[in-house]
Design a protein around this ligand. Structure first.
Ligand code: BTN
Length: 325
């Protein structure tokens, strides 16, 4: 979207009433016909704008895009989502957020895209990112914690996502799949990809990338049968701006608390009670070979606890736990 169109949209949203063409043209230093062109562009983007002779323009409905102007009214955070950089298309929101963070962007900065041409998943996988239906966003974080605690962040994000999804209309029953997924009905609904830039023994910044399948009607190919969306599960269309705000609203307080605590104990019960893998037989590939056993918990420090057939409880810090038949 044209930057000037965006500014006009912000101005109309902030005013809440009619703004005359003369006012807008003076404020944005352009002719009234140029203002009209931007109004027409905003309408084609899906924004309902009333135009009345003698009164001017009034914003009457939003388009349902995760732009700052649409997410803002749902935000109750102090820092997260302030600001939100919206893009129609990016290679990966993580890549863009990384360069913003490297350039000094403040903690809480969010990069969101309508589509990604090279969305990334964990372990070198790609993240399917069709346009206009889902949420793809990355949050810049600057945790003031020693490096060994940074992997806990993925589980903290999973808790915030779990909370935001649980309160949605439609009775979704999400489960947290250690370490970075949210599953519904045995299929993947969200993925988390945290990427860190470190200096000495401290994280300089972390980019927390989140993909949520929101309104996608169906999946094809290899994702059919393994991925799902909120729409497929509930039959409802979910507001992407409201959902993005809800995730940030849930995350900010637990992120702040996490930095004052020694570990994840304060959300451990939630992690275990909603764990997709709890009580299931899994295998995990490790340097020393494959570990097989039953998932018996999540440690306060975030590791997966797998109890083997001889009763030994092993802690797994990273990797992928595969379900065994
Ligand atoms: C996974 O499940 O493997 C993690 C998927 C993470 C996808 C999100 S979408 C927004 C952000 N940008 C990316 O390129 N990846 C993350």
């Amino acid at each position: 979207m044209h930057t000037v169109s965006l500014h006009i949209l912000q101005r109309l949203a902030a005013s809440g009433t009619f703004l005359s063409g003369a006012e807008l043209s003076a404020e944005f230093a352009m002719t009234r016909s140029a203002v009209w062109k931007h109004i027409r562009m905003l309408r084609t983007e899906g924004y309902g704008i009333d135009a009345r002779t003698g009164l001017g323009y009034r914003l009457v409905s939003m388009a349902g895009r995760p732009l700052g102007v649409e997410v803002g009214p749902h935000l109750s955070t102090g820092r997260f989502g302030r600001p939100i950089h919206w893009h129609r298309s990016l290679e990966s929101t993580n890549t863009t957020a990384r360069s913003l963070a490297a350039g000094g962007a403040e903690e809480g900065t969010v990069v969101v895209a309508e589509r990604q041409s090279a969305g990334r998943g964990r372990l070198g996988r790609s993240w399917d990112s069709p346009s206009g239906v889902n949420l793809y966003f990355s949050l810049v974080l600057r945790p003031r914690l020693p490096m060994e605690r940074i992997p806990q962040l993925t589980l903290l994000l999973a808790v915030a996502l779990h909370r935001a999804l649980t309160i949605l209309d439609g009775g979704l029953r999400p489960a947290i799949k250690w370490p970075n997924d949210i599953f519904v009905s045995g299929r993947k609904l969200c993925g988390i990809l945290c990427e860190m830039q470190s200096e000495a023994d401290r994280a300089h910044f972390v980019v927390a990338g989140i993909g949520i399948n929101v309104n996608q009607p169906a999946f094809e190919g290899e994702l059919e049968g393994t991925a799902t969306s909120i729409r497929m599960e509930t039959g409802r269309i979910t507001s992407r701006p409201a959902l993005l705000a809800s995730v940030l609203n849930h995350l900010e307080p637990i992120y702040d608390r996490w930095q004052q605590e020694d570990d994840l104990s304060f959300v451990q019960r939630e992690l275990e009670e909603n764990a997709f893998l709890q009580g299931r037989r899994v295998s995990v590939e490790r340097m020393r070979g494959t570990l097989e056993g039953t998932v018996t918990g999540i440690a306060p420090t975030g590791e997966l606890i797998i109890t083997t057939s001889d009763g030994t409880a092993c802690r797994v810090a990273s990797g992928e736990a595969r379900l065994r038949k």
